[in-house]
Ligand binder design. Structure first.
Ligand code: HEC
Length: 133
């Protein structure tokens, strides 16, 4: 007969080595913060990012990035205003990339099926451009 201890070890050994699902991470790893945008933005890549932004981001962040999207009131979101140059000045491109890729708090992750890493870097550039007149 199997001893209970033995059962448990078996169970543990067979469990898949995947990160446990849970709430979105709020601590951004230091190496992610330091990441430098490896992508060269072109008019085409930025146009594609604008399209993605319109589908996936504007409902919360607003068409012009002012944080006044249609879902904000219903979801009781606290949004930042990206048209103000001071808003994102203390965040690195790596941090913005990480948050868009992984989500944060009430913000969902941008799925890899919808946006490749290159697209996410273009979204970082786009988000920063909202404060440029
Ligand atoms: C459901 C609403 C929602 C959607 C959709 C959404 N966001 Fe957010 N976003 C948020 C909220 C809320 C925060 C603040 C998260 C926090 O700090 O807890 C945030 C944070 C961010 C940040 C970090 C700077 C900041 O404002 O704190 C960036 C950059 C960002 N979002 C970009 C995007 C982009 C690009 C998309 C589309 C791919 C997107 N978001 C989609 C709600 C949303």
């Amino acid at each position: 007969m199997l001893k209970p201890f033995f059962c448990c070890t078996l169970l543990l050994a067979s469990s898949p080595q995947q990160p446990t699902p849970g709430p979105s991470p709020t601590v951004i790893p230091a190496e992610a913060v330091r990441m430098v945008n490896p992508v060269k933005t072109t008019p085409e890549s930025l146009a594609h990012a604008k399209k993605l932004y319109g589908y996936d981001c504007a409902l919360c962040h607003g068409t012009i990035g002012d944080g006044k999207g249609d879902a904000v009131a219903d979801m009781k979101l606290q949004m930042k205003d990206y048209t103000n140059p001071a808003t994102l000045k203390d965040m690195t491109d790596g941090e913005l990339f990480y948050i868009i890729r992984n989500g944060k708090g009430q913000m969902p992750a941008e799925e890899i099926a919808r946006a490749k890493d290159d697209d996410v870097w273009n979204l970082v550039v786009l988000v920063r451009s909202f404060s440029k007149k």
